[in-house]
Ligand binder design. Structure first.
Ligand code: DON
Length: 318
């Protein structure tokens, strides 16, 4: 028996037992030898490049996993989704006066565009945009870090979500480019709080560590019109879930977002720790992890695994 689920108006013909398919894709992914582990944050360079994991969490509560799916990894830019959710909830529409919703067409840590555009980042998924979002959190929460951590823990129903203090320190020590972005935005009046405090929140949130299973579970509300399928809680409005998915589709994979839309067709977000999450509306969440990155800062094996699975199951929303 296999199940037909409606996603983006299309029918997904998914087997009840996904495991054999995931096993096959993982084995194929292990022979993808493109890319190298991020080393501009030295603590990330120490991670074993052979780690490889693939999880699918469906809205009925099933979690199917293969590979290193219980090993926590640094979620890095995937954390930008959690920060954005909190900032959208706290600030509402005025947030969009301070950060745009357009693809940048530039690397995730590029500075040039930010000066041309007077300190207003192109979108909340590039580093400048996520630092701006961190400013909103620091300015509007008395304890921004614990607000974020408790949200993530309750979303995945696990206290195992932690922050890797070595990665946090390593980012702080080697974060000159992010500091430049933050001070440039401050010079244009688009950062309200103390820049060092804002950067500390940003570096801390990038250093969150999670397993592919917890990450997939935690983002299921984006596939379920804003409702956490595990608890039934309305995490965000249907409209805001759609908006976040739209941003992930256009900017979540940086300047490879077009290619990802073309070949996979799902809202997705990558992180330089090697993780990628992809949202399948009305079906579930795919989370893949393997540390070596391609030239765009996206995990080569994770991209391969998500593309194979999406194509096999016909998951594209387009
Ligand atoms: O600020 C940075 O550069 C990292 N903490 C996060 C960048 C990242 O994950 C980009 N994603 N592919």
């Amino acid at each position: 028996m296999s199940k037909d689920v409606i996603s983006g108006g299309q029918s997904i013909h998914a087997p009840d037992n996904l495991k054999p398919l995931l096993e096959k894709i993982l084995q194929q992914a292990l022979s993808v030898n493109e890319g190298k582990v991020a080393d501009y944050i030295p603590a990330l360079a120490e991670v074993n490049p052979e780690y490889c994991a693939l999880t699918v969490a469906t809205l009925d509560g099933n979690v199917t996993s293969v590979g290193d799916t219980t090993t926590p990894f640094s979620i890095q830019s995937i954390s930008k989704i959690f920060g954005l959710m909190l900032a959208m909830e706290r600030l509402g529409d005025p947030l969009w006066d301070r950060v745009q919703m357009e693809p940048s067409g530039q690397p995730f840590n590029s500075i040039v565009q930010l000066e041309w555009e007077k300190g207003i980042p192109r979108n909340p998924m590039i580093n400048a945009g996520a630092i701006l979002v961190s400013d909103v959190l620091v300015s509007h929460y008395s304890a921004s870090k614990s607000a974020l951590l408790s949200m993530v823990r309750s979303l995945c129903g696990s206290d195992n979500v932690c922050v890797d203090s070595r990665v946090h320190e390593s980012e702080r020590e080697h974060g000159s480019r992010n500091s430049a972005l933050a001070y440039l935005m401050k010079s244009f009046g688009n950062i309200e709080s103390d820049v060092e405090e804002v950067l500390d929140h940003y570096f801390w949130q990038c250093a969150l560590t999670m397993t592919t299973e917890d990450l997939a579970r935690s983002l299921a509300f984006l596939a379920n019109r804003g409702v956490c399928p595990r608890t039934g809680a309305q995490i965000t409005s249907h409209r805001d879930a759609q908006r976040v998915n739209a941003l992930l589709s256009t900017s979540g994979m940086y300047d490879q977002s077009g290619q990802f839309a073309f070949t996979v067709g799902l809202p997705a977000k990558s992180g330089v720790g090697g993780g990628i999450i992809a949202i399948v509306p009305d079906y579930g969440v795919i989370c893949a992890w393997s540390p070596p990155l391609n030239a765009f800062g996206n995990s080569a094996r994770s991209m391969f695994m998500i593309r194979e699975l999406a194509n096999k199951l016909g998951l594209s929303v387009y």
